[in-house]
Design a protein around this ligand. Structure first.
Ligand SMILES: *[C@@H]1O[C@H](CO)[C@@H](O)[C@H](O)[C@H]1NC(C)=O
Ligand SMILES: *[C@@H]1O[C@H](CO)[C@@H](O)[C@H](O)[C@H]1NC(C)=O
Ligand SMILES: *[C@@H]1O[C@H](CO)[C@@H](O)[C@H](O)[C@H]1NC(C)=O
Ligand SMILES: *[C@@H]1O[C@H](CO)[C@@H](O)[C@H](O)[C@H]1NC(C)=O
Ligand SMILES: *[C@@H]1O[C@H](CO)[C@@H](O)[C@H](O)[C@H]1NC(C)=O
Length: 363
């Protein structure tokens, strides 16, 4: 006798759950399966991209005189096409790095887990964590990331490049002898041990030496460079590495690994692989640097990225003779997925591409 209401209750509960489930799954279906309802792609970028400014940005920036630096522009434009974007993420690690929660749960290259002790030592020694007073003081910063592509050759962009407040170069890309095309200013050189300039005389006399750590060993390498200790073994590196970096500790920085994490898992959409390094889930240094700039610069430009499709025999890099046809399939990077991401940024006008290589096949 007393079972009956109980049963009825359960039955009601069940059907409510079932209905709820149907409702939930149909919602997911319309969001994911039949894409015609969603305005966003899998990564969360607006599908329909064009260079037009949203109304609120026209109101904010339309009034500025032509050519004036637009405060907050890159981040505002980024948020307009990628609503998940949240700006705060410091360029370099500083002694408060443990409070930046996004990097605590990941091992290198995506975070700082298990590296806290060595980071404390390094950051205590370098003492400086910004771009320097003059640049940190600017209320509007224009940054340019110089890729190493042959597409930079013979375009005489040097002067335009030098007009940026922050010029970031990657790895061993030379300046001397190429000033006409690549400029002569270097605010920072972002690199990792295997990519760093090896000949000490080739370092420019003033620039920040910025380590982008891709493995725990890279931080131990930096420790040797910071304290000018000789490197006893190069075991664990995938090619020869710099043995000495002619820079004072105060001119050395550690790039916030959040940019590697965000570029890989969120912006480009590479395999998460349980947060560990794996096949095709490491963004190139160029993509990492652009991600850094989106968070820390008011306007962002790039040059030397991508290839000119109509000249397959042109040099791969602006400073050496290797041809583009020599490109090898990479295990670590996913160049084609990465290019899709860069294309979105250029298409929407979040970044400006001075050499036009990112959209060389159309935008
Ligand atoms: C736009 O510029 C005009 C002229 O310089 C100025 O009077 C006006 O206040 C500005 N409007 C906004 C919203 O800044
Ligand atoms: C930066 O700003 C601070 C505080 O406004 C000022 O004291 C300092 O002189 C500025 N430094 C430079 C290099 O402009
Ligand atoms: C750039 O110009 C030089 C001299 O005119 C020429 O030898 C070289 O092939 C050119 N490089 C490219 C990539 O077009
Ligand atoms: C790059 O991504 C595409 C699409 O997700 C995938 O098919 C391809 O295997 C990936 N390449 C590498 C090298 O991981
Ligand atoms: C690509 O190469 C062609 C042929 O040399 C040239 O006309 C064109 O301007 C180049 N495009 C870019 C974006 O460099």
């Amino acid at each position: 006798m007393r079972m009956k209401p109980n049963c009825k209750f359960l039955l009601g509960l069940c059907s409510m759950l079932a209905l709820g489930f149907l409702y939930y799954s149909s919602g997911r279906l319309t969001l994911r399966g039949w894409g015609h309802k969603s305005l966003y792609d899998k990564q969360g970028f607006l599908l329909k991209l064009d260079g037009k400014l949203p109304l609120e940005l026209i109101y904010k920036y339309g009034n500025l005189s032509k050519g004036a630096c637009k405060p907050g522009f890159a981040a505002a434009k980024m948020t307009a096409i990628y609503p998940k974007f949240t700006k705060p993420a410091p360029m370099f690690l500083d002694p408060n790095f443990k409070q930046f929660s996004k990097i605590g749960d990941y091992f290198p290259p995506f975070g700082i887990k298990s590296q806290e002790k060595i980071l404390d030592i390094l950051l205590l020694a370098t003492k400086s964590y910004g771009l320097g007073e003059e640049l940190d003081n600017l209320s509007c910063k224009r940054c340019i990331i110089i890729g190493n592509g042959g597409i930079l050759s013979n375009k005489s962009l040097g002067q335009r490049i030098d007009e940026f407040d922050v010029v970031a170069r990657l790895n061993e890309a030379p300046v001397k002898g190429f000033e006409k095309d690549v400029g002569s200013k270097t605010t920072m050189r972002i690199t990792y041990p295997e990519g760093a300039i090896q000949k000490t005389e080739r370092y420019e006399s003033q620039s920040l030496f910025v380590l982008s750590a891709f493995k725990a060993l890279d931080l131990r390498w930096l420790q040797h460079m910071v304290f000018s200790q000789s490197l006893r073994s190069t075991e664990g590196f995938w090619k020869s590495v710099a043995k000495h970096v002619p820079r004072e500790p105060g001119d050395m920085r550690i790039l916030n690994p959040y940019f590697i994490q965000e570029a890989s898992f969120k912006l480009i959409g590479l395999p998460h692989n349980n947060g560990q390094m794996g096949r095709g889930n490491i963004p190139t240094l160029g993509a990492v640097a652009i991600t850094m700039a989106l968070h820390n610069c008011d306007e962002v430009a790039v040059a030397g990225f991508g290839y000119n499709m109509s000249t397959p025999h042109a040099p791969l890099h602006y400073y050496e003779k290797i041809r583009m046809s020599a490109i090898k399939e990479s295990w670590t990077h996913n160049i084609s997925k990465e290019k899709e991401f860069l294309l979105k940024l250029v298409k929407a006008g979040v970044i400006q591409d001075l050499t036009g290589g990112i959209c060389s096949a159309g935008c």
